[in-house]
Design a protein around this ligand. Sequence first.
Ligand code: URA
Length: 240
Amino acid sequence: MRINKYIATSGVCSRRKADDLIQAGQVKVNGEVLKEAGYQVVDGDIVSVSGNVIQPIKKYTYILLNKPKGVITSAKDDKGRRTVLDILSENPDITDKARRLFPVGRLDFDTSGILLLTDDGDLTFKLTHPKHEFPKTYHALVQGVISREKELKLVRGVDIGGFVTSKARVKTMRIKSNTSLVEITIHEGKNRQVRKMFEAVGNPVIELKRVSFGQIQLGHLKEGAVRKLTTRELEYLRNV
Ligand code: URA
């Protein structure tokens, strides 16, 4: 098995991140720093990442979290803020596994909603790869009124600072007290993309929530609550 896949299936990180770790000299095979990114691991090899010996995990964990606002989507934070892994560690059903899981993509500190966490590096790699254009749907409460013209601009693509977004699906659900509640589906994952898209049409986001991840729905999962993926959801993700 190629070294980056070996690292990913050990639940350390995605294959792409594994390549970065190899480049950074963090990966050793049989005690020697690995220089060859395409190295094929053979039986009996002892592989370590940042000093920890690793082994492929066969049974993966797939967890859906309704991330609350005010929590960061990463394993650690220099500023000591609460992370999504802190939330998982507090859940008795998954405490022991929590520290091995990593989020599939990101949600901003101020965004709530559906977030998948897993130790399956290959699935993470697939779902976050731009070529798969995996759809994500958000409910955005924005300032002002989203006119039909603005809806069309968002649908066709807007410039969010050197990047023009691809086709989106946009539906205004409610207009009230000079705010609009809009459902938007995008296929990319640029940093703060939805917020930047609404800024580009002059309607800054007040609240943002991700309500679906592909065909997987947030449903009635409470903020801060977790659930396991169903077999059907997992099958869907493996087949996208
Ligand atoms: N777009 C954003 O602006 N924020 C998110 O958290 C996700 C998508």
